[in-house]
Design a protein around this ligand. Structure first.
Ligand code: NAD
Length: 474
């Protein structure tokens, strides 16, 4: 299978970047050691990120849908929430998946060490094992996949069990009466939605003028409208100036031009203002690895650091901090180590916010095109014209293509609507294949599905969408 069976490589960090790298290296015949503090591989994504949050978002969606079902003549009783059971279901999901990864490691003969690694030199790691023992091992190559951690804002530093980061919020210790979410990004909106569905009054504070600053405004609008109903308040252009622990909760003060109520007490506070790379690896100064100003480890397109023996992937090397980017970088790094001619140069990396509706995009965004003064055309298909969306009673969606007016090539795709996160994969494939709008329009999509909205948005570009009437120009 490979020409590099004798290489011994270490992967530091067992998240979706690290384990994908370790497993491919083993598949290519290398001897692999994977090091992580948890019992099994999985990292933040599986233990306290993507997976538990999606399990809870699934529950939130069910609660919301059962409410909406009244409109369809189905009246469910008020849901009774058994929090202990919900928690244990979520924990079982995590256990099943991380246990599965443990099995896959064994099957591939990846040596999994539960512990933390630091550098002795460019090729040698000292591993402090979870069982208390220390081990020093040398490797031909080392891949750093140490991930990221929640960013902390000095004004929000408060030692109180009522203050939570994403991991704390996922523990779901209770359903607080009120929750202040600081930061209207991915985590704030996803976990805010979970707590709101469970019955908490949620207030989201965002310092910028809009939610999800990285996404196009027309994609955020339908989400904002729905969240306006689900949340108690969404305060834009607002920051939390201070938090103070009081006997009945956390007293927060707000600052900003639009602020009406300057202070309030909340049962709990979730701080979700971004993440920081975990690049403070012990002994890194004994290597030639360079760390940039924002704390990201610097790498070339092969994911090799300034130290020829050391590669780095995932959140620790830069934005976007997304699991699927990390896995692909991990695989690229391993292939580079194996001597294959590879580079991490994707045309599109999808972003998905798993709210309801979901927001997903890939490639160029309209905001970015405007900033860069790029000439693009946008073709939009409203979901109110999609049969499938109407059968789901979810016409509050939109699919759009960003198209190069000269070549008619698809430069970006944006989708808002129920299940947008699944649909965006077609956009990514179109972009990776260098598809033209015509290719998307000519691809027969199954009916009735939401995937047709991609085909029809391409038809909109040609003015020939079956379900969108365009008056003839006189
Ligand atoms: P984020 O960058 O998505 O959002 C942070 C938000 O906080 C921004 O809107 C920012 O303007 C705002 N903010 C920053 N400082 C603030 C302050 N002092 N007061 C008020 N608002 C403030 O970050 P996140 O939600 O913490 O998530 C971190 C990262 O984790 C994401 O960028 C993403 O890479 C990853 N993530 C991805 C998913 C997913 O793929 N679905 C889900 C969760 C997290």
């Amino acid at each position: 299978m490979t020409d590099t069976p004798n290489l011994h490589i270490a992967v530091v960090g067992g998240g979706p970047g690290g384990y994908a790298a370790a497993f491919l290296a083993a598949d290519l015949g290398m001897k692999v050691t994977l090091i992580d503090p948890e019992t099994n591989p999985g990292g933040v994504c599986l233990y306290r990120g993507c997976i538990p949050s999606k399990a809870l978002l699934h529950v939130a969606k069910l609660i919301e849908e059962s409410e909406q079902a009244k409109d369809w003549g189905i009246d469910f009783a008020e849901p009774k929430i058994d929090l202990a059971r919900l928690r244990s279901w979520k924990e079982n999901v995590v256990k099943k998946l991380t246990g599965g990864l443990g099995q896959l490691s064994k099957q591939r003969s990846v040596q999994y060490i539960q512990g933390r690694a630091g550098f002795e030199n460019s090729n040698t790691l000292r591993i402090s094992k979870a069982d208390g023992a220390d081990q020093t091992v040398s490797f031909d190559r080392i891949i750093l996949a140490t991930g990221s951690r929640p960013a902390i804002v000095p004004s929000l530093k408060l030692d109180s069990p009522r203050m939570m980061d994403s991991a704390g919020a996922l523990n779901l210790e209770d359903v607080p009466g009120s929750l202040l979410v600081v930061g209207g990004g991915y985590i704030g909106l996803e976990l805010g939605s979970v707590y709101a569905a469970l019955g908490t009054r949620v207030t989201v504070v965002e310092m910028l003028p809009g939610l999800l600053p990285g996404a196009d405004r027309d994609l955020v609008l339908p989400l904002h409208k729905r969240l306006d109903k689900l949340f108690e308040a969404i305060l834009l252009n607002t920051t939390v100036a201070s938090v103070k622990g009081e006997s009945n909760g956390i007293h927060a003060t707000f600052e900003g031009a639009d602020v009406k109520e300057r202070e309030r007490v909340f049962d709990r506070v979730l701080v979700s203002v971004g993440r920081k790379p975990n690049s403070e690896i012990p002994g890194l100064e004994k290597t030639q690895v360079q760390v940039g100003t924002k704390g990201f480890i610097q790498v070339n397109p092969q994911l090799q650091t300034s130290d020829p023996s050391i590669y780095a992937i995932g959140d620790v090397v830069g934005e976007p901090m997304l699991a699927h980017k990390a896995s692909h970088q991990g695989r690229t790094a391993v292939e580079a180590i194996a001597g294959h001619k590879v580079a991490f140069e994707p045309n599109a990396i999808p972003a998905v916010v798993f709210t309801d509706p979901e927001v997903a995009w890939c490639g160029l965004t309209e905001t970015q095109a405007q900033k860069e003064n790029r000439e693009i055309k946008v073709a939009k298909f409203p979901w109110a014209a999609s049969g499938r969306a109407v059968t789901l009673d979810r016409p509050d969606g939109m699919t759009k293509l960003l198209i190069d007016p000269k070549s008619e090539r698809v430069l970006g795709v944006g989708i808002v609507g129920a299940g947008a996160g699944e649909l965006i994969a077609e956009g990514v494939l179109a972009m990776e294949m260098g598809a033209l709008a015509r290719d998307v329009a000519l691809t027969i999509h199954p009916h009735p599905t939401l995937s047709e909205t991609l085909m029809e948005s391409a038809e909109v570009w040609f003015g020939t969408s079956t379900h969108v009437y365009r008056p003839k120009r006189s």
